[in-house]
Design a protein around this ligand. Structure first.
Ligand code: VAH
Length: 313
C-alpha cells in the first residue's frame, strides 16, 4: 500500500491530483502539503510547510512512513520572472531536497517538467523527445536543471523518479496561477462574470495545451507503469491539443455568441513566443500507453461547466 506525500497540494495540478490519489489509495494514504491552507473544504491529511525546509520534509516522510512523493510545489513562468532567485530556490533546491530524501528513504518520485524547458532555438512544431533545450525564462532554466537532476539521481543512485513535460494545463478546481498559459482558464471567469475578457497574449499565439483530467490520468498512468517500460529519465514529452486564443474564443462563441474579446499583450507574450506550438509525444505513447481524451471542444465545455458550478456556490 503506497503512502503518498503531495507537495503543492492546492495548486492547479494538486487540486485535481490529490482527490484522484485519495480515490485510488484511500484518504489515509495521502498527505497534502501546502504553504498555506487554501481549500477550507479539504477532506484529508493536511500538513503546512515549505518544500525548501528539508528537515520538515524528512519529518513528514518519517511521521507518515511515506514511500512516494508527487513533488508539485513550484513557481510558474511569470512568477519566476518576477522573482528569479526565489524560483531557483523553490524549483531547483526544493527538487534536490526531495531527490536526496528519495535516496535516503528509498522513495519513488513524480516531478513535473514543462514545455517551458524548450526555448526559441527548439523546433516550433512536433518537438521531438530529444531536442535543443535553451529556455530563456528562469522557470525554463529550472525545468532543464530539474530534468538533468532527475536523470542523474536515477543513474547514480537508482532513484525511480519519473517526469512529464506538462503543456499548458487547464483545470477549474484551483484558481489559475500566474502562468503564461493560464489565460485559457481566466477567460472562462471573464465569460461567466462579464461576458468579456482582455487576453494578455496575441490572438494568434499557438501553444500546446491539455485539459486537466488528461494530465491527471497521464500522471497516474506514468507512475503505475512497470519501471522497465520507462525509457526516459529526464522528462517525457506529453501532449494533447494545441490552440491559439482566437481558436479558444471560437469555441466560446458557440456557448455565448455575444462574448466580447480584446487583446492587450503583456510581458508574457515574449515568454509564450519562446515556447513551441506542438509536441511529438510518441515516446510516451509507445513506452507506457499514453493517450489523451479531451479535444478543444470537450475541454471548453468541461471548463465552462466546472467554473460555472464553482461560481454559483
Ligand atoms: C506557465 N502554466 O504558463 C505554466 C506552464 C507550460 C506553461 O508551465 O507558466
Amino acid at each position: 500500500m503506497s503512502r503518498i506525500l503531495v507537495t503543492g497540494a492546492f495548486g492547479l495540478v494538486g487540486s485535481d491530483l490529490v482527490p484522484e490519489l485519495q480515490k485510488i489509495h484511500g484518504k489515509e494514504s495521502v498527505v497534502a502539503l501546502a504553504r498555506e491552507t487554501i481549500s477550507e473544504e479539504f477532506d484529508g491529511i493536511l500538513e503546512k510547510g515549505d518544500v525548501t525546509d528539508k528537515t520538515l520534509l524528512e519529518s513528514l516522510i518519517k511521521k507518515y512512513d511515506i514511500d512516494e512523493i508527487y513533488h508539485l510545489a513550484g513557481l510558474l513562468s511569470a512568477g519566476g520572472e518576477k522573482n528569479p532567485s526565489l524560483a531557483w530556490d523553490v524549483n531547483v533546491n526544493g527538487l534536490r531536497y526531495v531527490l536526496d530524501l528519495a535516496v535516503e528513504h528509498k522513495l519513488r518520485v513524480f516531478w513535473p517538467s514543462s514545455i517551458a524547458a524548450f526555448g526559441p532555438t527548439t523546433p516550433k512544431t512536433n518537438v521531438p523527445q530529444h531536442t535543443v533545450l535553451e529556455p530563456t525564462t528562469m522557470y525554463g532554466v529550472n525545468k532543464v536543471s530539474g530534468e538533468l537532476l532527475c536523470q542523474y539521481y536515477h543513474k547514480k543512485y537508482g532513484v525511480d523518479v519519473r517526469s512529464l513535460r506538462y503543456p499548458g494545463l487547464n483545470g477549474y478546481k484551483a484558481k489559475p496561477g500566474d502562468g503564461t498559459t493560464e489565460y485559457a482558464i481566466h477567460i472562462f471567469y471573464g465569460l461567466l462574470q462579464n461576458n468579456s475578457y482582455q487576453c494578455f497574449l496575441k490572438a494568434d499565439t499557438r501553444l500546446p495545451m491539455m485539459y486537466m483530467d488528461d494530465a491527471i490520468s497521464g500522471t497516474i498512468a506514468l507512475m503505475q507503469a512497470p519501471s522497465e517500460k520507462i525509457s526516459i529519465r529526464t522528462s517525457y514529452n506529453f501532449a494533447a491539443i494545441n490552440f491559439t486564443p482566437q481558436e479558444l474564443v471560437d469555441e466560446i462563441l458557440i456557448i455565448s455568441p455575444d462574448f466580447k474579446i480584446s487583446y492587450k499583450p503583456d510581458f508574457r507574450q515574449a515568454i509564450a513566443e519562446s515556447w513551441p506550438h506542438s509536441i511529438d509525444d510518441s515516446q510516451a505513447r509507445t513506452d507506457w500507453g499514453w493517450k489523451h481524451n479531451f479535444g478543444i471542444t470537450e475541454m471548453t465545455q468541461a471548463l465552462y461547466n466546472g467554473i460555472k458550478t464553482k461560481l454559483e456556490k
